[in-house]
Design a protein around this ligand. Structure first.
Ligand SMILES: Cc1cc2nc3c(=O)[nH]c(=O)nc-3n(C[C@H](O)[C@H](O)[C@H](O)COP(=O)(O)O)c2cc1C
Length: 206
């Protein structure tokens, strides 16, 4: 398996579970092997916004998601919060790309300060130290000065801060259109081919 077909995806407890689900679906459809990390708060948000009750046990969550997305069981690896032996925990084995989507203000703070206190924070820390690509789809409003300073700290270290702020110029007619706008922008940044929304200047709706 080449590294170009492996990626780490973390879901944290910010509003925006549909973004995380759609991104996972798109990565699996693009034949990626996804290491999925799910915070406890993310499970609460998922249950609130999507009625998806994910078990806390990583193996059980993995089975449920493999069934949900009908993907190859090898393609999705759900890692536990303290699974320090997971490939994502070490620079010698971790995928070079990671997305936190949705990303809470709390996780932004922990990542900005290198806390590495759970596997999401550690995996992000590894991607930063290995000079890989880290994308944070941050969701909070308004942003406080603390949030903004933490995001600036990360942006100065090469992290892509991509607020969950869909545009309207593709003339969305559904929530799914808005979700796809954000997911498409993330995939574009990762360099992964996507056909979720028309590309500006090519396939405009009239
Ligand atoms: C339904 C729900 C929605 C939330 N929405 C947000 C949000 O949009 N942004 C945010 O920063 N925190 C939000 N929170 C609070 C975070 O979940 C909380 O700060 C949590 O400690 C984040 O932990 P995590 O980053 O480890 O997932 C929300 C919590 C719940 C239950």
């Amino acid at each position: 398996m080449t590294d170009s077909k492996r990626i780490t995806l973390a879901w944290t407890g910010a509003s925006g579970a549909p973004y995380g689900l759609r991104l996972l679906e798109s990565l699996l459809a693009a034949d990626y092997t996804v290491y999925l990390l799910i915070s406890s708060a993310a499970r609460v948000v998922l249950a609130t916004e999507h009625q998806l009750q994910l078990p806390a046990n990583p193996e059980a969550a993995q089975k449920l998601l493999v069934d949900h997305f009908q993907c190859d069981a090898q393609q999705l690896v759900v890692c536990g919060k303290e699974d320090w032996f997971s490939p994502v925990a070490s620079g010698s084995a971790a995928p070079k790309r990671m997305v936190v989507c949705p990303c809470s203000a709390g996780s932004v703070a922990s990542i900005a300060h290198g806390m590495s206190d759970n596997l999401i924070e550690r995996a992000a820390d590894v991607v930063i130290k290995e000079k890989g690509q880290l994308v944070l789809v941050v969701r909070e409003t308004p942003f406080s000065a603390i949030h903004l300073e933490n995001m600036l700290t990360l942006a100065k270290r090469g992290v892509t801060i991509m607020p969950a702020a869909p545009g309207f110029y593709h003339q969305p007619t559904s929530i799914e259109d808005l979700v796809d706008f954000m997911v498409a922008r993330v995939l574009d940044h990762l360099g992964i081919e996507q056909g979720l929304v028309p590309r500006w200047g090519y396939d405009q709706r009239s």
